[in-house]
Design a protein. Sequence first.
Length: 737
Amino acid sequence: MSMSGPSASLPQQPPTAKRDGVLPYSGAHEHLADVLLRHDWLLKRHIAAGQARKPADILGFAAISELEVQRLLDERSDSDAISADVAAIDRALQQVERHVSSRVEQSRMHGVRLPLIELAAFFDLTAREVDLLIACLAVELDRRYERVYGFLHDDMSRRLASPGLAIGLYCESIDDQLSARALLNAQAPLRYYRLIEVAEDNTTMPWLSRSMRIDERIVSFLVGERTMDSRIARHVTPLDDRADLPDAGPCGRDHDESLDRIMHFIAAAQGRRKPLIYLHGGRHSGADALVRSAALQLGMPVLTVDAELLADTGTDFEHALSLLFREGLLSQSAIYLRNLDRALEQPLATSRHRALLRAVAEMGSVVFTSGEATWCWQLPAEPVVLRIVELQPDGVIDQLRAWQALSNGALDDTDLHRLISLHPMSVPAIRDVWRMASVLVAAGDEDTKPTMEQVKQACRAFGGTPVSTLARRIVPKHDWNDLVLPPAQLEQLSAICSQAKHSSIVYGSWSFERKLSLGRGLNALFTGTPGTGKTMAAEVIAADLGVEILKIDLSQIVSKYIGETEKNLRQLFDQAASANAILFFDEADALLGKRSDVKDAHDRYANTETAYLLQKMEEYPGITILATNLPQNMDAAFTRRMRFIVDFPFPEEEHRLRIWQSVWPAEVPLGPDVDLSLLARQFRLSGGSIRNVALAAAFLAAEQSQDVSMRHLMRATKRELQKMGRLVNEEEHRRYG
């Protein structure tokens, strides 16, 4: 990269007394041009002192003469050779330095930002360390320095600065040179903060002769480019200020109180103290909105990173964290690490936690973090000061007020309570959903408010559950008319729907939530033999409530590796919570069986998995349905905590007949000989088996281009019974053969 324009040219004569009217720099480029002018005089002095010679290049054509070096360093000079008067060069150099110093001071007084000066302040660099940085920067700004460095190295293939070259430019005595070596060791600021790198690929070359290169991100910062380190840019998301969203009223008293505490804490942590704020709360506790509000008051942008994803990308977590905090320092941004608790899980919790505290202490300004787990790691020491802020999700009243403010009376409060019951979310999320719903309004009707159906559609789209290998999304295709059960069971299922629809009123408006030690989650246990309607009942509930249902694949959840099952469960509940979907665990006794006596480490962790699932079910705000064929194998701790236990009995003749009657689509042609009463009376089949028989009979009839007859039904029934391992009455079937 070459600097261009007037500010990039390298004036060869030092400023004279005629330019005593010192002006501030116009910007980074003009300042760097003067800095490189000083660098030129240093190179001239180095050559004039006899510390360089013509490279003995065996190829000849790659060599460079002193005269060409002079032309490179002094293109506009009338002199024929580089002056050998070191004293004269020193005088000119001092004059340049005084001039640069005066203009820097004037720039400071006039508020002109000079990135090089800022960089030195950010990382507490000494003047000598800045000199070493400039030696590396020069070749990135002007390619002429490549040939000059080749000349000084006595090797035209070595075009970058080296520790020996850079130190030699600024240090004359051996004592100064030995002291300068310490400025380039791995723990010194220049390398510790990765401002420059010393090549380590050729260990046979002496350290003083190895190549040095300035970091690409540092180059872009010094020349004033607005960019971000490409190595972390894909992980970083700036928090927008949501200025384009409609006003939904106040965010809630808890939000305002938490914001006041945070701002007071940041103001108190002045000087060299570094504030680290941990926002502890659930998924919908409004941590993002709180960080956004704090950043607006601070007047700082925010670099937001999901710490869990950063830890799972396969990259070096500590390296990425260091680059992130360095980026925050360069851009003067606050840092916000979401899901910190998940990134600090075992087995790397200790090392990552230490890396975080080290980054905060060394490069942090204001650092926000969030997580669902309580702070269970070692407390930081000075200069890092920790503040834990407990967050509660926006309550029903706050959500109701937000919806009322947005809809401006267009939506009924009763409908809003039902909406909040089925789709609880934070106030900022409500604003997003309202904006999505407004898009659904017909074109040309800008003044028309979204309908409740459009709002529900936006809620489903906003919280749509991503496809996952841990669960399968089921599209409900059944309603109450398809469900054939005794009245007691139907009443229980109806009660599940009723409680889900009215939870906003009971828990929120009537404040029942304050009386409960556990969460608002609605848990149900469905028991019964296969085919009795457990899955269908879950679909009917989902269809009635208008929410998604996820059927859990237990083979993907349970892992033989310690800790993996809990991780899978957490991921599953998080995905479901975003859409308030129903979680349906089929054959749940495989995961939720009776806890065993602890005989070894695996027994202990198996019991831990059981306890963890119970905890997540209690925290989950939606509906969790556990289905089992073997209720006697279920742990008592689960059955005791179930709000509903619905037993699905094997259907008697009356119910089997109703199932036979309801299983046929209206378009299916049934023959006149079909006797559904006989089938219900003669064959003791579950609802699932009856559906299998009906479908098989339909295919048999379609194959023969006939209406469905008793002959087809008997053949299909025979196959179903044989599949189940039950005896077949051949005489009964021969009557319809």
